[in-house]
Ligand binder design. Structure first.
Ligand code: 13P
Length: 340
Protein backbone atom coordinates (compact mmCIF):
# COMPACT_ATOMS: atom_id res chain seq x y z
CA UNK A 1 0.00 0.00 0.00
CA UNK A 2 1.52 3.32 -1.04
CA UNK A 3 1.44 6.56 0.91
CA UNK A 4 -0.87 7.95 -1.76
CA UNK A 5 -3.39 5.14 -1.19
CA UNK A 6 -3.46 5.92 2.55
CA UNK A 7 -4.01 9.60 1.76
CA UNK A 8 -6.78 8.75 -0.72
CA UNK A 9 -8.55 6.51 1.81
CA UNK A 10 -8.29 9.12 4.58
CA UNK A 11 -9.74 11.77 2.27
CA UNK A 12 -12.54 9.46 1.14
CA UNK A 13 -13.47 8.89 4.78
CA UNK A 14 -14.34 12.57 5.19
CA UNK A 15 -15.47 13.39 1.63
CA UNK A 16 -18.88 14.56 0.46
CA UNK A 17 -20.30 15.69 3.81
CA UNK A 18 -20.36 12.04 4.89
CA UNK A 19 -19.09 10.64 8.17
CA UNK A 20 -18.22 7.44 9.97
CA UNK A 21 -20.61 5.13 11.74
CA UNK A 22 -19.04 3.51 14.79
CA UNK A 23 -20.62 0.07 15.25
CA UNK A 24 -17.63 -1.39 17.05
CA UNK A 25 -18.98 -1.78 20.57
CA UNK A 26 -17.14 -4.60 22.30
CA UNK A 27 -19.35 -7.52 23.37
CA UNK A 28 -19.59 -6.32 27.00
CA UNK A 29 -20.56 -2.78 25.89
CA UNK A 30 -23.05 -4.04 23.31
CA UNK A 31 -24.55 -6.43 25.88
CA UNK A 32 -24.92 -3.61 28.41
CA UNK A 33 -26.88 -1.54 25.87
CA UNK A 34 -29.01 -4.57 24.95
CA UNK A 35 -29.70 -5.39 28.62
CA UNK A 36 -31.11 -1.91 29.26
CA UNK A 37 -33.73 -2.56 26.56
CA UNK A 38 -34.43 -6.18 27.43
CA UNK A 39 -32.73 -7.51 24.28
CA UNK A 40 -31.09 -10.96 24.70
CA UNK A 41 -27.31 -10.65 25.11
CA UNK A 42 -26.39 -13.37 22.63
CA UNK A 43 -24.07 -13.62 19.66
CA UNK A 44 -27.09 -14.05 17.37
CA UNK A 45 -28.80 -10.90 18.72
CA UNK A 46 -25.62 -8.90 18.16
CA UNK A 47 -25.37 -10.34 14.65
CA UNK A 48 -28.99 -9.55 13.84
CA UNK A 49 -28.55 -5.98 15.09
CA UNK A 50 -25.44 -5.44 12.98
CA UNK A 51 -27.28 -6.89 9.97
CA UNK A 52 -30.04 -4.33 10.56
CA UNK A 53 -27.41 -1.57 10.44
CA UNK A 54 -25.48 -2.69 7.38
CA UNK A 55 -28.63 -3.38 5.32
CA UNK A 56 -30.17 0.03 5.98
CA UNK A 57 -31.22 1.29 2.53
CA UNK A 58 -29.30 4.36 1.26
CA UNK A 59 -26.93 4.40 4.24
CA UNK A 60 -23.99 4.85 1.85
CA UNK A 61 -25.37 8.24 0.80
CA UNK A 62 -24.40 9.73 4.15
CA UNK A 63 -21.96 7.25 5.72
CA UNK A 64 -18.44 6.94 4.26
CA UNK A 65 -17.04 4.30 6.60
CA UNK A 66 -18.24 1.85 9.25
CA UNK A 67 -16.13 0.70 12.18
CA UNK A 68 -16.59 -2.99 12.98
CA UNK A 69 -15.59 -5.10 15.97
CA UNK A 70 -13.60 -8.35 15.85
CA UNK A 71 -16.74 -10.48 16.30
CA UNK A 72 -18.66 -8.50 13.66
CA UNK A 73 -16.03 -8.58 10.91
CA UNK A 74 -16.14 -12.39 11.18
CA UNK A 75 -19.95 -12.51 10.94
CA UNK A 76 -22.27 -12.69 7.93
CA UNK A 77 -25.71 -11.63 6.90
CA UNK A 78 -28.36 -14.35 7.07
CA UNK A 79 -27.77 -15.01 3.37
CA UNK A 80 -24.08 -15.73 4.06
CA UNK A 81 -22.61 -12.43 2.81
CA UNK A 82 -19.77 -11.34 5.13
CA UNK A 83 -20.52 -8.00 6.77
CA UNK A 84 -17.33 -6.46 5.36
CA UNK A 85 -18.54 -7.29 1.83
CA UNK A 86 -22.10 -6.08 2.50
CA UNK A 87 -20.64 -2.77 3.68
CA UNK A 88 -18.39 -2.42 0.64
CA UNK A 89 -21.34 -3.23 -1.65
CA UNK A 90 -23.24 -0.37 0.01
CA UNK A 91 -20.41 2.02 -0.95
CA UNK A 92 -19.08 2.21 2.61
CA UNK A 93 -15.44 1.64 3.60
CA UNK A 94 -15.01 -1.10 6.24
CA UNK A 95 -12.90 -0.29 9.30
CA UNK A 96 -12.05 -2.18 12.48
CA UNK A 97 -11.50 -1.39 16.15
CA UNK A 98 -8.14 -2.87 17.12
CA UNK A 99 -7.44 -1.81 20.70
CA UNK A 100 -8.22 -4.38 23.39
CA UNK A 101 -9.69 -1.91 25.86
CA UNK A 102 -8.78 0.70 28.45
CA UNK A 103 -7.36 -0.93 31.59
CA UNK A 104 -6.60 0.49 35.06
CA UNK A 105 -3.23 2.17 34.94
CA UNK A 106 -0.70 1.04 37.54
CA UNK A 107 0.18 3.74 40.05
CA UNK A 108 -2.50 6.06 38.66
CA UNK A 109 -5.68 5.74 40.68
CA UNK A 110 -8.79 6.52 38.62
CA UNK A 111 -6.93 6.55 35.29
CA UNK A 112 -6.78 4.12 32.38
CA UNK A 113 -4.32 3.17 29.70
CA UNK A 114 -5.41 1.45 26.50
CA UNK A 115 -3.88 -1.91 25.63
CA UNK A 116 -3.57 -3.91 22.42
CA UNK A 117 -0.09 -3.37 20.95
CA UNK A 118 1.09 -6.96 21.49
CA UNK A 119 0.54 -8.94 18.29
CA UNK A 120 -1.01 -5.90 16.60
CA UNK A 121 1.09 -6.20 13.42
CA UNK A 122 -0.28 -9.71 12.83
CA UNK A 123 -3.88 -8.73 13.66
CA UNK A 124 -3.72 -5.76 11.28
CA UNK A 125 -2.52 -8.04 8.48
CA UNK A 126 -5.48 -10.35 9.10
CA UNK A 127 -8.02 -7.51 9.20
CA UNK A 128 -6.59 -6.02 6.03
CA UNK A 129 -6.98 -9.42 4.38
CA UNK A 130 -10.62 -9.47 5.54
CA UNK A 131 -11.26 -6.15 3.79
CA UNK A 132 -10.66 -3.47 6.44
CA UNK A 133 -9.15 -0.26 5.07
CA UNK A 134 -8.91 1.70 8.29
CA UNK A 135 -8.63 1.03 12.02
CA UNK A 136 -9.54 2.64 15.32
CA UNK A 137 -7.88 2.84 18.74
CA UNK A 138 -9.52 4.67 21.65
CA UNK A 139 -7.70 6.14 24.63
CA UNK A 140 -9.78 7.49 27.53
CA UNK A 141 -8.79 10.42 29.70
CA UNK A 142 -10.85 11.26 32.78
CA UNK A 143 -11.06 14.70 34.36
CA UNK A 144 -11.23 14.85 38.16
CA UNK A 145 -9.39 15.92 41.27
CA UNK A 146 -5.71 15.96 40.30
CA UNK A 147 -6.34 14.07 37.07
CA UNK A 148 -5.49 13.62 34.28
CA UNK A 149 -1.86 13.09 35.23
CA UNK A 150 0.99 13.70 32.85
CA UNK A 151 1.87 10.00 33.11
CA UNK A 152 -1.58 8.95 31.87
CA UNK A 153 -1.64 11.45 29.02
CA UNK A 154 1.84 10.44 27.83
CA UNK A 155 1.31 6.67 28.09
CA UNK A 156 -1.90 6.88 26.08
CA UNK A 157 -0.39 9.23 23.50
CA UNK A 158 2.54 6.92 22.94
CA UNK A 159 0.30 3.88 22.52
CA UNK A 160 -1.89 5.79 20.04
CA UNK A 161 1.17 6.78 18.02
CA UNK A 162 2.67 3.27 18.00
CA UNK A 163 -0.71 1.88 16.88
CA UNK A 164 -0.97 4.53 14.16
CA UNK A 165 2.51 3.75 12.82
CA UNK A 166 1.70 0.01 12.66
CA UNK A 167 -1.57 0.77 10.84
CA UNK A 168 0.16 2.80 8.16
CA UNK A 169 2.78 0.08 7.74
CA UNK A 170 -0.11 -2.35 7.11
CA UNK A 171 -1.84 0.02 4.67
CA UNK A 172 -4.68 0.90 7.04
CA UNK A 173 -5.63 4.49 7.85
CA UNK A 174 -5.43 4.99 11.63
CA UNK A 175 -8.34 6.72 13.32
CA UNK A 176 -6.65 8.19 16.39
CA UNK A 177 -9.14 8.58 19.23
CA UNK A 178 -8.04 10.28 22.44
CA UNK A 179 -11.34 10.73 24.29
CA UNK A 180 -11.58 13.19 27.17
CA UNK A 181 -14.65 11.95 29.06
CA UNK A 182 -17.73 14.05 29.86
CA UNK A 183 -18.16 12.54 33.35
CA UNK A 184 -17.75 15.01 36.20
CA UNK A 185 -18.58 18.51 37.29
CA UNK A 186 -15.75 20.31 35.44
CA UNK A 187 -16.32 23.42 33.35
CA UNK A 188 -16.09 23.85 29.58
CA UNK A 189 -12.84 25.77 30.09
CA UNK A 190 -11.30 22.88 32.05
CA UNK A 191 -12.30 20.46 29.27
CA UNK A 192 -10.71 22.79 26.72
CA UNK A 193 -7.44 22.94 28.68
CA UNK A 194 -7.26 19.16 29.12
CA UNK A 195 -8.27 18.42 25.52
CA UNK A 196 -5.61 20.82 24.23
CA UNK A 197 -2.90 19.18 26.35
CA UNK A 198 -4.02 15.69 25.31
CA UNK A 199 -4.05 16.59 21.60
CA UNK A 200 -0.70 18.41 21.70
CA UNK A 201 0.87 15.40 23.43
CA UNK A 202 -0.72 12.98 20.95
CA UNK A 203 0.56 14.92 17.93
CA UNK A 204 4.02 15.17 19.47
CA UNK A 205 4.08 11.39 19.73
CA UNK A 206 2.59 10.91 16.25
CA UNK A 207 5.46 13.04 14.92
CA UNK A 208 8.07 11.17 16.98
CA UNK A 209 6.74 7.80 15.79
CA UNK A 210 6.85 9.00 12.13
CA UNK A 211 3.15 8.81 11.43
CA UNK A 212 2.16 10.48 8.16
CA UNK A 213 -0.44 13.02 9.21
CA UNK A 214 -1.98 13.19 5.73
CA UNK A 215 -2.91 9.51 6.04
CA UNK A 216 -4.75 9.57 9.38
CA UNK A 217 -8.04 10.80 10.86
CA UNK A 218 -8.36 12.36 14.32
CA UNK A 219 -11.38 11.31 16.40
CA UNK A 220 -11.59 13.67 19.38
CA UNK A 221 -14.25 14.63 21.87
CA UNK A 222 -16.04 17.93 21.47
CA UNK A 223 -15.07 20.45 24.15
CA UNK A 224 -17.98 20.25 26.60
CA UNK A 225 -18.78 21.06 30.22
CA UNK A 226 -18.90 18.01 32.51
CA UNK A 227 -22.25 16.23 32.72
CA UNK A 228 -22.88 17.49 36.26
CA UNK A 229 -21.43 20.99 35.79
CA UNK A 230 -24.14 23.50 36.82
CA UNK A 231 -23.30 25.69 33.83
CA UNK A 232 -24.26 23.94 30.58
CA UNK A 233 -22.93 26.20 27.82
CA UNK A 234 -24.93 27.07 24.72
CA UNK A 235 -24.37 25.31 21.40
CA UNK A 236 -22.40 28.24 19.92
CA UNK A 237 -20.12 28.43 22.95
CA UNK A 238 -19.33 24.74 22.62
CA UNK A 239 -18.64 25.22 18.91
CA UNK A 240 -16.31 28.17 19.57
CA UNK A 241 -14.38 26.44 22.36
CA UNK A 242 -14.00 23.22 20.35
CA UNK A 243 -12.77 24.93 17.19
CA UNK A 244 -10.40 27.19 19.14
CA UNK A 245 -8.88 24.18 20.86
CA UNK A 246 -8.51 22.19 17.62
CA UNK A 247 -6.93 25.12 15.76
CA UNK A 248 -4.28 25.33 18.46
CA UNK A 249 -3.46 21.64 18.60
CA UNK A 250 -4.20 19.85 15.30
CA UNK A 251 -1.78 20.28 12.39
CA UNK A 252 -3.27 21.42 9.08
CA UNK A 253 -1.84 18.33 7.32
CA UNK A 254 -4.53 16.15 8.95
CA UNK A 255 -7.31 15.73 6.35
CA UNK A 256 -10.22 15.25 8.73
CA UNK A 257 -11.48 15.40 12.27
CA UNK A 258 -14.40 13.07 13.01
CA UNK A 259 -15.92 13.63 16.45
CA UNK A 260 -17.09 10.92 18.80
CA UNK A 261 -20.42 11.64 20.47
CA UNK A 262 -19.43 10.49 23.96
CA UNK A 263 -22.96 10.09 25.32
CA UNK A 264 -24.37 13.46 24.21
CA UNK A 265 -28.05 13.39 23.25
CA UNK A 266 -28.23 12.66 19.52
CA UNK A 267 -29.91 15.93 18.54
CA UNK A 268 -27.47 18.02 20.56
CA UNK A 269 -24.48 16.31 18.95
CA UNK A 270 -25.91 17.21 15.52
CA UNK A 271 -26.60 20.81 16.60
CA UNK A 272 -23.08 21.28 17.95
CA UNK A 273 -21.41 19.82 14.85
CA UNK A 274 -23.66 22.00 12.74
CA UNK A 275 -22.68 25.16 14.66
CA UNK A 276 -18.98 24.44 14.12
CA UNK A 277 -19.44 24.02 10.38
CA UNK A 278 -21.88 26.91 9.99
CA UNK A 279 -19.59 29.31 11.86
CA UNK A 280 -16.09 28.20 10.83
CA UNK A 281 -16.10 25.74 7.92
CA UNK A 282 -14.69 28.08 5.27
CA UNK A 283 -11.76 29.00 7.53
CA UNK A 284 -10.66 25.54 8.68
CA UNK A 285 -7.76 23.48 7.25
CA UNK A 286 -9.46 20.10 7.93
CA UNK A 287 -12.95 18.69 7.41
CA UNK A 288 -15.10 18.57 10.56
CA UNK A 289 -17.04 15.31 10.38
CA UNK A 290 -18.59 12.75 12.70
CA UNK A 291 -17.77 9.25 13.86
CA UNK A 292 -20.69 8.63 16.17
CA UNK A 293 -21.90 5.42 17.73
CA UNK A 294 -24.61 6.30 20.24
CA UNK A 295 -25.64 9.58 18.57
CA UNK A 296 -26.46 7.67 15.37
CA UNK A 297 -27.53 4.28 16.71
CA UNK A 298 -29.38 4.86 19.98
CA UNK A 299 -32.81 5.87 18.59
CA UNK A 300 -32.71 2.91 16.18
CA UNK A 301 -31.74 0.48 18.94
CA UNK A 302 -34.61 1.72 21.09
CA UNK A 303 -37.08 1.08 18.25
CA UNK A 304 -35.66 -2.31 17.31
CA UNK A 305 -35.63 -3.90 20.80
CA UNK A 306 -34.69 -7.23 19.28
CA UNK A 307 -37.93 -7.61 17.26
CA UNK A 308 -37.73 -8.54 13.57
CA UNK A 309 -40.94 -6.59 12.83
CA UNK A 310 -39.32 -3.36 14.06
CA UNK A 311 -36.40 -3.56 11.62
CA UNK A 312 -37.75 -1.19 8.92
CA UNK A 313 -38.69 1.52 11.46
CA UNK A 314 -35.32 1.16 13.21
CA UNK A 315 -33.51 1.47 9.87
CA UNK A 316 -35.48 4.61 9.12
CA UNK A 317 -34.41 6.11 12.46
CA UNK A 318 -30.78 5.19 11.79
CA UNK A 319 -30.85 6.78 8.35
CA UNK A 320 -32.54 9.86 9.76
CA UNK A 321 -29.73 10.44 12.28
CA UNK A 322 -27.11 9.84 9.59
CA UNK A 323 -28.84 12.39 7.34
CA UNK A 324 -29.09 14.94 10.18
CA UNK A 325 -25.35 14.64 10.74
CA UNK A 326 -24.66 14.95 7.04
CA UNK A 327 -26.67 18.19 7.09
CA UNK A 328 -24.62 19.27 10.15
CA UNK A 329 -21.44 18.82 8.13
CA UNK A 330 -22.82 21.30 5.64
CA UNK A 331 -23.98 23.69 8.35
CA UNK A 332 -27.55 23.07 7.15
CA UNK A 333 -28.99 21.14 10.09
CA UNK A 334 -32.06 22.65 11.75
CA UNK A 335 -34.32 21.48 14.56
CA UNK A 336 -37.19 21.21 12.06
CA UNK A 337 -35.35 18.30 10.42
CA UNK A 338 -36.22 16.33 13.55
CA UNK A 339 -39.93 16.73 12.87
CA UNK A 340 -39.90 15.43 9.31
P1 13P B 1 -19.87 7.35 20.83
O1 13P B 1 -20.18 8.22 19.65
O2 13P B 1 -21.03 6.59 21.37
O3 13P B 1 -19.09 8.10 21.88
O4 13P B 1 -18.88 6.23 20.33
C1 13P B 1 -17.84 6.59 19.53
C2 13P B 1 -16.80 5.58 19.62
O5 13P B 1 -16.45 4.97 18.65
C3 13P B 1 -16.18 5.33 20.92
O6 13P B 1 -14.97 4.66 20.75
Amino acid sequence: MSAQELIDTARAMVAGAKGLLAMDESNPTCNKRFAKLGIPQTEEARRAYRELIVTTPALGECISGAILYDETIRQQKKDGTPFAKAIRDAGIIPGIKVDTGAKDMAGHLGEKVTEGLDGLRERLAEYSHMGARFAKWRAVIAIGDGIPSRGCIEANAQALARYAALCQEAGLVPVVEPEVLMDGGHTLERCREVTEEVLRTAFNQLYTQRVMLEGMILKPNMVLPGLTCPRQDAVDEVADATVKCLLRAVPAAVPGIAFLSGGQPAELASARLNAMNARFKSRLPWALAFSFARAIQQPALEIWRGEETNVPAAQQALLHRARCNQAARRGEYTATMEKT
